[in-house]
Design a protein around this ligand. Structure first.
Ligand SMILES: [Zn+2]
Length: 156
């Protein structure tokens, strides 16, 4: 049985030589297919429309993956990525949680998921293991643990 799968995989790999394969756009299209299938389950009356649409997108997805016109598929994907960037950018600016990334970082820190970033480094207090966030690039500094008051030196 294992030999069978290995043979099938080899055959598929040979089939895919010189073909475009999967990309972000095709993954997005498969998500659309799944959504259409779910809609199909919920709206029984419009079942034909969603069925045709989901088959259409599914077939299109595979036609793209098996396409030999790699440059053209690549351009499609680039256009999709640019569009996606525009749309997510719109949401990032408008959304209620769209506060500056700095504020976002602050909220995360309050939750206890402290992370180091471009401006900060996280150290652990050697005595009590408390995480301490310090600004980056200040050389070797003395850090006072906010929890136990232990003072230690680290390179920021
Ligand atoms: Zn401490």
């Amino acid at each position: 049985m294992q030999g069978f799968f290995a043979r099938m995989r080899e055959r598929f790999q040979r089939f895919m030589v010189g073909r475009y394969g999967s990309d972000q756009l095709s993954r997005f299209m498969l998500v659309i297919v799944v959504i259409l299938v779910i809609l199909n389950i919920f709206f029984r009356k419009s079942t034909v429309v969603f069925s045709i649409l989901s088959w259409f997108v599914l077939i299109l997805t595979y036609l793209r993956m098996f396409s030999r016109n790699i440059q053209r598929r690549y351009n499609e994907n680039t256009r999709y990525l640019m569009l996606r960037e525009k749309v997510t950018g719109l949401f990032r600016k408008r959304g209620p949680s769209a506060a500056s990334s700095g504020r976002y970082e602050e909220r995360r820190t309050q939750k206890g998921t402290m992370r180091s970033d471009a401006q900060h480094r996280i150290f652990r207090c050697p005595r009590c293991d408390q995480r301490v966030r310090v600004p980056r690039g200040k050389g070797t500094i003395e850090i006072t643990c906010p929890k136990c008051g232990h003072v230690f030196r680290k390179r920021s």
